[in-house]
Unconditional design. Structure first.
Length: 468
C-alpha cells in the first residue's frame, strides 16, 4: 500500500471525517499521552510541601523538575525510534508498566533520593506515549489509505496541553486533600487503566519485515547513535543545571560526544537522527528551536511564578492552584482554537506577543500587588501555551518525513524539555534557596528579552509564511 499523502496535502477526503480513527483507537492514546505533560506541571504546587517534609530548599527540589525533563528529553526520541522499529503498541505498553512502578516508588518513598528515582522512572515511562501514539496513527493512516484527520491530531494535542494546563490546579488539590504523595500515587490507577484498554483496543503492531506490505526497507534502532545522543544530552543538562556555579569543564566532553555523534550519524546507513535530513530541513529545525524557547518561558511561570506565590506571597498549595486556574482554562480553550485554525504564523505570532507581555507584567509584581493582576499574569501565559502546542505539532506533521514521525515527534518533545530544563536552571539561579521579589523580577526580565527574540524568529520564518 503506498504511503499516505503528507499532512496538509490536498485529498478528496472530508477533513472532519474520522472513520478509521474511532474512539477505541484514540482513547488509549489520549490516556497515555496526558501522563507526561500532567506530571511535568502537577508537581509545581507540591515543591514547597516536599521541601518542608525533607528539610530542603528550592535548589534541591528543582531536581524533581530537572530529572524528569532529563529523562524525557533523552527518552522521547529514543522511544520514538523504537516505536518506528519494533512497533508502537509494544513501546506504549512497556512505558505504562514503568509509569506504574514509578508511581509506587514515589508514593512510598521514605527519603528524597527515592523521589528522584521515581521521577527518573516517570520521565522514561511517560515518554513512550506521545511518539508511540503518533506512530500508531501513522500505521492506521497507512491501513485505511489516507492521512490522519486533523480533529484526531487536535484531540491528541488537547490531551497533552489540557493535562499540562490543569496540572497546577490538580496538584494543589491533591496536596491539600491527601498530601504531596498523592502527586505520585495518582499515576498508578491511570496507567493501569490505560494498559488495560490498550491491550483491548489498540491493534497489534503491523509486521516490520521487508516485503510484509507495511514498510520497506526494515529500520534499525542504531544503538550507538542512541548511546552517543543520550550521553551528550546528559552532559548538556548537567551543565545547564549548574549555571549558578558553571562547570566549564563539562563543555569539553560535550564537544567530544557531539562531534562523535555527528560523525557516526553521517556515516550510519540508518541513523538515529538523520542529520542530513535536518540540515536540509530548516523549517523543521526552526520549529524545534521555536518550541524549546517558547516552553522555556512557559515553564518559568509554571514553576517560578507558583513558587513565588507560595513562598513570597504566602499562599497555600491549594490557593496557588486556584490562582493558576485562569492560565489552565485559557490554555485549554486556546488549544481547541489553535487546532481549528488552518494557519501557523498568526497563532504563533500572537503567542510570542503575549509571552513577552506576560513576562513584562511579572517584572512589576510585589508583595502588595492586587489579586486581579496576579490572575491576569497567569492568563497571559495560558493563551500562548494553548496556541504554541497545537501549532508546532501541526508544523512537525507538515515538515517531518512520514516514515520517521515517531522520532521526529520525540525530538520535538526533547526541544520542549531542554527549554524546561533551562527554565529550572534560571529559577534556581534567580531564587537560590527561596523565592523572592527580586528573584522573580530577574527571571521575568530575562524571559521578556527571550520573548522578543522568539517574536523575531517567528515573524521572519519564511516557512510559516507559506502556511499563512
Amino acid at each position: 500500500m503506498p504511503a499516505p499523502p503528507r499532512p496538509g496535502a490536498a485529498t478528496g477526503a472530508d477533513p472532519v471525517d474520522v472513520r478509521g480513527f474511532g474512539a477505541r483507537l484514540t482513547a488509549p492514546l489520549l490516556m497515555g499521552s496526558l501522563l507526561n505533560p500532567l506530571n511535568t506541571t502537577m508537581i509545581s504546587t507540591a515543591l514547597v510541601a516536599i521541601g518542608h517534609a525533607f528539610g530542603i530548599g528550592a535548589t534541591d527540589t528543582a531536581w524533581l523538575i530537572s530529572v524528569l525533563y532529563l529523562a524525557s528529553a533523552v527518552a522521547q526520541p529514543v522511544l520514538g525510534k523504537l516505536a518506528d522499529v519494533i512497533g508502537p503498541r509494544r513501546v506504549f505498553l512497556a512505558g505504562l508498566v514503568v509509569v506504574t512502578a514509578s508511581g509506587l516508588v514515589g508514593a512510598l518513598a521514605p527519603g528524597f533520593g527515592l523521589l528522584i528515582v521515581s521521577r527518573l522512572l516517570l520521565g522514561i515511562g511517560t515518554s513512550a506515549a506521545y511518539p508511540a501514539a503518533m506512530a500508531v496513527l501513522r500505521d492506521e493512516s497507512r491501513r485505511v489509505g489516507r492521512i490522519t484527520p486533523r480533529p484526531v491530531l487536535a484531540r491528541l494535542s488537547f490531551a497533552a496541553l489540557g493535562s499540562a494546563a490543569v496540572g497546577p490546579a490538580l496538584g494543589g488539590l491533591l496536596v491539600t486533600v491527601v498530601g504531596w504523595r498523592g502527586i505520585f500515587a495518582v499515576n498508578v490507577p491511570v496507567a493501569l487503566l490505560a494498559f488495560a484498554v490498550t491491550l483491548r483496543w489498540i491493534p497489534a503492531d503491523p509486521p516490520r519485515e521487508p516485503g510484509a506490505g507495511r514498510r520497506a526497507p526494515k529500520l534499525s534502532p542504531d544503538p550507538l547513535g542512541i548511546g552517543l545522543f543520550s550521553a551528550a544530552l546528559t552532559v548538556l543538562v548537567f551543565f545547564l543545571l549548574g549555571l549558578a556555579h558553571p562547570r566549564w569543564w563539562l563543555l569539553a566532553p560535550l564537544a567530544v560526544l557531539t562531534a562523535a555523534l555527528l560523525r557516526w550519524q553521517l556515516r550510519s546507513p540508518q541513523p538515529f537522527i538523520d542529520v542530513r535530513m535536518l540540515a536540509g530541513n530548516g523549517a523543521l529545525l526552526r520549529t524545534y528551536l521555536r518550541h524549546g524557547l517558547s516552553y522555556l518561558l512557559i515553564y518559568c511561570v509554571m514553576y517560578g511564578y507558583t513558587q513565588w506565590l507560595e513562598e513570597a506571597r504566602g499562599y497555600s498549595s491549594g490557593h496557588t492552584g486556584l490562582l493558576m486556574l485562569p492560565m489552565s482554562l485559557t490554555a485549554l480553550l486556546c488549544s481547541l482554537l489553535g487546532a481549528r485554525t488552518r494557519t501557523l504564523r498568526a497563532p504563533l505570532t500572537l503567542a510570542c506577543v503575549l509571552l513577552t507581555a506576560g513576562s513584562a507584567v511579572l517584572v512589576f509584581l510585589s508583595g502588595d500587588t492586587p489579586l486581579a493582576v496576579l490572575l491576569l499574569a497567569g492568563a497571559c501565559f495560558g493563551i500562548p501555551q494553548g496556541l504554541i502546542g497545537t501549532s508546532n505539532q501541526a508544523a512537525v506533521q507538515a515538515y517531518a518525513p512520514p516514515e520517521s514521525i515517531g522520532s521526529a515527534a520525540g525530538l520535538q518533545r526533547t526541544a520542549q524539555y531542554l527549554g524546561a530544563i533551562a527554565a529550572s536552571s534560571l529559577i534556581a539561579l534567580a531564587y537560590a534557596d527561596a523565592a523572592s521579589d527580586s528573584g522573580l523580577h530577574l527571571m521575568a526580565a530575562v524571559s521578556a528579552a527571550l520573548g522578543v527574540l522568539l517574536f523575531v524568529l517567528t515573524v521572519t520564518d519564511r516557512a510559516l509564511r507559506a502556511h499563512s
